[in-house]
Design a protein around this ligand. Structure first.
Ligand code: DC
Length: 686
């Protein structure tokens, strides 16, 4: 996958429509691990496809689980609590939801069945604490080696070793609730422990082999992020483990507990991801609501309660069992003070909503932000300030003042999906200031951690003014390399591409097929609205037919050049071309993109190359496709087309007055792309 270095969001104005959320990350990775530890096969539906689930799936494969796809579902053939691989090195990226529970499960399995496992991740993962979990597991009797800084991954989990299962397992709950989740997921593996065929060297559990025993987990300190523990308990129940809970301070896994696959599991939508669309609705859904499908009043995830926080800021929220509808209520939004311990991830979204409020917004009890994908309090404060906002922060709180004088900012995302998604909401600044500014999101691909097509989904439900959507035009004569340059520039910026020549080509082709006289402008123009054109994945369809290859033929180019002389035809194709101006931006190539179609384009490039160079390039292209031709013949054709394109009265081929001229006769494609991107960067306010 090509990763663009940044994505520029033009000022956005309104929102309406329906989004379907990707599966919840927390539920996805828990379900995968539970399925892997269970007896039997589990069909997992609506699983989130993302970086974090990919590392979990890969780890399960390494551990000997059967993992395969069946249509949209993932099927896991569980280990039934028995290790198939006794040694493995697992790379877990930056997935806390994989690191913590796998550490606990493998530590316990290595202790009881023997084995040696290493778990590691990206550098940031090695800065995220795991010491409280390691301490709890060591207290239980697991052998764990620090391979880096004590208290942080990477770790080695060794066994066999004797487990002290009679005493309560104690774990701190005030840094991350994932430590408790990890123990809750791992300890059922030994609640029914009998070691039917104890491997050589495996000592019996202290207290002698038993038919199983209650395992008690005690939480030290105030447990944070309780809703995530509720998810864990609900999923454990689905896999056959009925944990008994004493308030939030003690949990008992009953003797004889054993993982059993429920057969099929549906993963609900990601409630944290819903927060961006709830925020979007609160800010910009004026005429019609934003409907969010995949979470609702029956969701397991605590982050659905984000909707209440949004409502407190003024949003109008309606809920159904698995949907939410949100629209703007109060405007400006209302500043709030909120303890966010129950919605730690979603609450980040409130800090950007706060920019649109009538007074300060203060979020408290959010110390856990500091140990997430990045230090999220510092990250949000730093990046909000770049927009011009006034922000105060403390060890476990943040306060954001409303913003009126917005600055165009390039937002650093710290490889944190939520930072990237949150700041997309800053693009609505045009709703509170006349001087609307674009927002640059650096490394936007980091959203792949939980929501790989977040920006596409966002663009599907928001509007911008056409004049705010940036256009780069690349005009020039035949075979100057416009198409390639436009494609590459589009790819680098994440912009769409309009190959306007294809529209003239398809018109020429269709006119010829219809037996029209190509010199009859009005007749050819009348054909245009009847064409069933579809552009999909770089291909052009005319009705059901993929005509892409036909369009590229030299003969079709000549037909195009013939029909293109008619003002009626150019007029008939005008609106079609304007319709390509879509979020987040457009690169348009042709003859009159900068002069007639997009005269307000922010960057206009006129690309030339000598006739000799162009003939040679086209020659190589055609020969490589197995067509026979001569350079001389090609050059004559090119020059004839240049003449016609330049000398016709309707939109003749000529550089726009404000165009940048680029002669690429002696330039590589990369050098041309770089030149255009440099010009582009100079025109950006970042
Ligand atoms: O860029 P191309 O070779 O695909 O264009 C084919 C013909 O279409 C070209 O000879 C002139 C015409 N054309 C045009 O007149 N205006 C455009 N914007 C694009 C193409």
């Amino acid at each position: 996958m090509f990763k663009i270095p940044f994505l520029d969001l033009p000022p956005l104005r309104s929102a309406a429509g329906t989004v379907r959320l990707p599966g919840s990350k927390s539920i996805s990775n828990r379900v995968l691990l539970l399925a892997a530890l269970s007896e039997g096969q589990t069909v997992v539906r609506d699983l989130l496809a993302s970086d974090d689930t990919a590392v979990m799936l890969e780890s399960l494969r390494t551990l000997g689980c059967g993992v395969w796809r069946d249509g949209d579902a993932v099927v896991i053939d569980g280990l039934g609590s028995r290790l198939r691989a006794k040694q493995a090195k697992l790379f877990l990226g930056n997935a806390g939801t994989a690191m913590r529970p796998l550490t606990a499960a493998l530590a316990v399995l290595a202790a009881t069945q023997g084995g040696e496992f290493e778990v590691s991740g990206v550098p940031r993962m090695h800065e995220r604490p795991i010491g409280d979990l390691v301490d709890a597991l060591r207290g239980l009797g697991c052998a764990i080696d620090d391979l880096g800084n004590p208290g942080y991954p990477p770790l080695r989990l060794r066994g066999p070793s004797a487990l002290a299962l009679d005493a309560p397992v104690r774990v701190r709950g005030d840094v991350s609730s994932q430590f408790l989740t990890a123990l809750l997921l791992a300890l059922p593996l030994v609640a029914g422990f009998e070691a039917p065929n104890p491997p050589e060297g495996v000592p019996p559990a202290r207290g002698g082999p038993a038919p199983g025993r209650d395992i008690r987990i005690e939480v030290i300190g105030e447990l944070i992020s309780k809703p995530y523990i509720e998810i864990t308990l609900a999923l454990l129940a689905r896999f056959g483990i009925a944990v008994k809970r004493e308030g939030w301070s003690a949990f008992v896994i009953p003797a004889g507990s054993r993982y059993v696959s429920p057969g099929e599991v549906f993963v609900e939508g990601d409630a944290s991801s819903a927060s961006y669309f709830v925020g979007l609705g609160a800010i910009a859904a004026v005429d019609a609501p934003i409907r969010i499908e995949g979470v609702g009043s029956e969701s397991l995830q605590g982050d659905v309660r984000f909707a209440e926080a949004a409502a407190a800021m003024g949003a109008v929220v309606q809920t159904g069992p698995n949907w939410l509808e949100v629209r703007r209520g109060a405007w400006p939004l209302k500043g709030i003070t909120l303890d966010c311990n129950h919605i730690p991830d979603a609450a980040m979204t409130l800090t950007v909503m706060a920019l649109y409020a009538d007074g300060p917004t203060t979020l408290t009890n959010i110390a856990s932000w500091r140990v997430k994908e990045t230090d999220r309090i510092a990250a949000m404060a730093t990046e909000l300030r770049k927009l011009g906002a006034s922000v105060d922060e403390g060890p476990d709180w943040i306060r954001v003042q409303p913003l009126r004088d917005w600055r165009a900012a390039s937002i650093h995302t710290y490889d944190d999906h939520r930072v990237a998604m949150c700041f997309s909401l800053a693009a609505f600044n045009g709703l509170v200031t006349d001087a609307a500014v674009p927002v640059r999101i650096q490394e936007p691909h980091c959203v792949a951690k939980t929501f790989p097509d977040y920006f596409e989904t966002l663009f599907g439900v928001v509007t911008a003014r056409a004049e705010d959507i940036p256009v780069i035009t690349i005009d020039g004569p035949t075979a100057s390399g416009k198409g390639t340059l436009a494609d590459e520039v589009g790819k680098a910026l994440g912009f769409g591409v309009l190959d306007s020549g294809a529209l003239y080509r398809v018109t020429g082709l269709a006119a010829r097929r219809a037996g029209l006289d190509l010199d009859d402008g009005p007749a050819v123009a009348a054909l245009v609205p009847t064409l069933e054109l579809r552009f999909s994945g770089g291909q052009v369809f005319l009705g059901p037919e993929d005509v892409s290859a036909r369009l590229r033929a030299e003969a079709t180019g000549l037909l195009a050049s013939q029909v293109a002389v008619h003002p009626e035809v150019r007029q008939a194709l005008h609106q079609l071309q304007l319709d390509f101006r879509r979020l987040p931006g457009l690169v348009a190539d042709g003859r009159d993109m900068g002069t007639a179609i997009f005269p307000d384009a922010a960057l206009k490039v006129f690309l030339t190359a000598s006739a000799a160079t162009r003939a040679e390039r086209r020659y190589k292209q055609l020969i490589s496709k197995g067509n026979s031709t001569t350079i001389e013949g090609l050059r004559e054709d090119l020059e004839a087309r240049d003449e016609r394109d330049k000398n016709r009265s309707a939109s003749p081929l000529a550089p726009a007055q404000d165009a940048q001229l680029l002669d690429n006769s002696a330039l590589s494609i990369e050098a041309s792309v770089e030149q255009v991107l440099n010009w582009w960067q100079k025109r950006r306010p970042f």
